[in-house]
Design a protein around this ligand. Structure first.
Ligand code: SF4
Length: 212
């Protein structure tokens, strides 16, 4: 184990305890392959699986693994061809058994910090799907909520803007300028500090750099 991996593991142990006091169950996997195995084990009873747009989740290979698991049905929003189909898939996602996402930042104290433009991803985090599974590389860990918001403006939003082709200032100058542009990806900034329903939100911290 490298010193960096050892440090990630130590920090994750601290964070798991901090999540616990917030009614959020957290786990640590040193590799994305282990994270996929754990996620499939969590979903072993089967059901429908929805997802917000997440580079992290795709990078782990979990989506492909779900598609190969007969007891799981992946609600694939990429197949929507019309606005009606898109709406129908969104409604199915809202009622899914498992919702997969990452988090734009995760604080050491166990808070999730997220932005959203249309808010469909955050709506599912807040309410709807029976279970929410958050996969986050340790590169998303920050000291506190303020650092999380700062991380998003500097490290998460600019590459996301490039990925999505948004015409936002962060796409042009490479950092946040607190915009009100029509494409703004930060219409909502949500801090998840507690889960009322024990175990509804599960966080898998992964000892690799994943997503933005
Ligand atoms: S507020 Fe605007 S400029 Fe700042 S990160 Fe969000 S989309 Fe980019």
């Amino acid at each position: 184990m490298t010193p960096k991996q050892q440090a990630y593991e130590t920090l994750a142990r601290t964070m798991i305890k901090n999540f616990e006091k917030r009614n959020i169950e957290a786990f640590y996997c040193s590799t994305k392959e282990d994270a996929v195995k754990l996620a499939l084990d969590i979903m072993k009873d089967g059901g429908t699986v929805g997802m917000g747009g997440s580079a992290t989740v795709r990078e782990t290979g979990l989506v492909d693994a779900i598609k190969e698991t007969p007891s799981l049905h992946f609600i694939d929003r990429d197949v929507a061809k019309t606005p009606e189909e898109k709406k129908s898939i969104y409604l199915q996602t809202m009622a899914s058994d498992y919702f997969l996402m990452s988090s734009n930042a995760v604080t050491i104290d166990g808070e999730l910090v997220n932005i959203d433009g249309n808010a469909n991803r955050l709506a599912c985090l807040l309410h709807g799907p029976e279970h929410v599974l958050v996969l986050a590389g340790m590169n998303k860990v920050v000291d506190d909520v303020d650092s999380g918001i700062q991380r998003i403006g500097t490290h998460a939003a600019p590459p996301n803007a490039a990925r999505l082709g948004t015409r936002t200032p962060c796409a042009v100058i490479g950092h946040c300028s607190d915009c009100h542009s029509p494409d703004c990806m930060c219409c909502q900034i949500v801090i998840t500090r507690h889960s009322r329903h024990k175990g509804r939100i599960k966080v898998i911290l992964i000892g690799e750099e994943l997503g933005f």
